[in-house]
Design a protein around this ligand. Structure first.
Ligand SMILES: [Zn+2]
Length: 415
């Protein structure tokens, strides 16, 4: 007797379909699917049978950088200029009135969106500063617990609005880490002393033995990059493989030689770089009246140089990104389109940015392999490439062998 049988699943590019058998939350067997609806199936005792009918089945997607605490607040923000400064100011004002219930409700809405789009892991930043104190953090902890049956949530205690000049933020970050934050994050470009800010965030990381994640280099001026300092601290503290940086749009503005020099530094320090296309193209280049630059990093070049790159939603329905559905497949499609990619091999790399590469900081085994947790997402496509090209819908998801959501295929009623 097995718990789950997923029939006719496509788990590799090509024509082969497989049947996946699950027992006690783990993958027990993966066999070539039998062509005829055999007697074996009817004889086989499975508590639940799901027919994937030749559709793409993968272990699910990982959102490596998102802000659940400030999602869905468009109605509280006034967007006139559409700049980063305005977004931070407007959010800062709204943030003062965040209550735990309010954050819980908005974050839950986004987590449910993400689950239904096939996301199984998510790293959220949570601002812990005098404006919200620990209200957002406490709410997100509850959200993580409530949805753990479907999604793994990592919480990053985050100093968005400066640290060196703000003792209270410093204490609140410490409290959040004391209360179980999974990692610590900073934003040096919002601090009067960016280099000291980086050191202080690393100090916390070392003290609590957690990874670090920075928002950096978020403009289109190629000078004053924070990369050399972050690389220096990473090496000094033996933090290779435990550091991520997001945005880094300065790279898109740098001449090739300078960009390749930065890339080499990132590669040697084993730093993960996260591209956030929806926010990057919304906020950047506002001073241009014609031919507005896209200001998005070319991850293809970085990946070719051996850097771990990921792709994420960042913000949903707020002043940083007044759009969003928490769909990583849509984000991958948007990125590939802006990056002018066309070849299957390039789309395959983009797919890795929301699966394998993004799963790296999570402890979960994200591969459909015997012995691994039975985590599956069924896409309305026959390959990973098709899923991204068509922004395919996620049809169903399973975690530890238990179904977590279902979306119905749309039907046409011919007359
Ligand atoms: Zn962010």
């Amino acid at each position: 007797m097995i718990d789950l049988l997923v029939k006719n699943a496509k788990i590799e590019e090509g024509d082969t379909l497989v049947d996946i058998r699950v027992k006690e939350g783990k993958i027990l067997a993966i066999d070539t699917a039998s062509k005829e609806a055999s007697t074996k199936d009817s004889e086989e005792k499975a508590s639940f049978i799901y027919n994937a009918a030749g559709q793409w089945v993968c272990p699910g997607f990982y959102e490596s950088h998102i802000h659940l605490d400030k999602a869905c607040i468009l109605d509280r923000c006034n967007i006139e200029k559409g700049t980063l400064d305005e977004a931070i100011k407007e959010t800062g004002k709204a943030k003062k009135n965040f209550t735990e219930e309010d954050v819980f409700k908005r974050a839950s809405r986004v987590v449910e969106m993400a689950i239904k789009k096939g996301t199984v892991g998510l790293r959220t930043f949570v601002e812990t500063d005098p404006k919200t104190e620990l209200r957002s953090f406490d709410a997100i902890k509850k959200v993580a617990k409530k949805y753990a049956f479907a999604i793994d949530i990592q919480i990053c205690a985050f100093a968005q609005e400066g640290l060196t000049q703000d003792k209270e933020t410093y204490q609140l970050l410490r409290q959040a880490l004391d209360h179980g934050a999974d990692l610590v994050g900073g934003c040096p470009y919002k601090d009067e002393h960016p280099e000291r800010h980086i050191e202080m965030v690393f100090d916390f990381a070392e003290q609590f033995d957690v990874p670090v994640d920075f928002h950096v280099d978020f403009d289109l001026n190629p000078s004053h990059s924070s990369i050399p300092k972050i690389v220096e601290e990473t090496s000094k503290r033996n933090y290779q493989g435990k550091v991520s940086i997001g945005h880094v749009t300065k790279l898109a503005a740098m001449p090739k030689e300078q960009r390749l020099h930065m890339a080499k530094l990132l590669k040697d320090a084993d730093i993960t770089l996260t591209v956030l296309p929806a926010t990057d193209i919304f906020l950047n280049g506002r001073e241009h009246k014609t031919l507005v630059p896209r200001g998005m990093v070319d991850a293809k070049e970085l990946a070719r140089l051996g850097i771990n790159t990921t792709l994420s939603s960042n913000n949903i329905l707020n002043a940083f990104t007044p759009y969003g559905d928490a769909s990583l497949v849509r984000m991958a499609n948007m990125y590939a389109n802006i990056a002018q990619l066309s070849k299957d091999s390039d789309i395959a790399e983009v797919y890795k940015m929301i699966t394998k590469n993004a799963a790296k900081p999570f402890s979960r085994q994200s591969e459909i392999k015997i012995g691994n947790p039975a985590d599956f997402v069924v896409m309305e496509a026959e390959s990973s490439i098709e899923a991204i090209r068509t922004v395919a819908q996620a049809l169903a998801g399973f975690k530890n062998g238990k179904q977590t959501f279902s979306n119905e295929k749309a039907l046409i009623f011919f007359t």
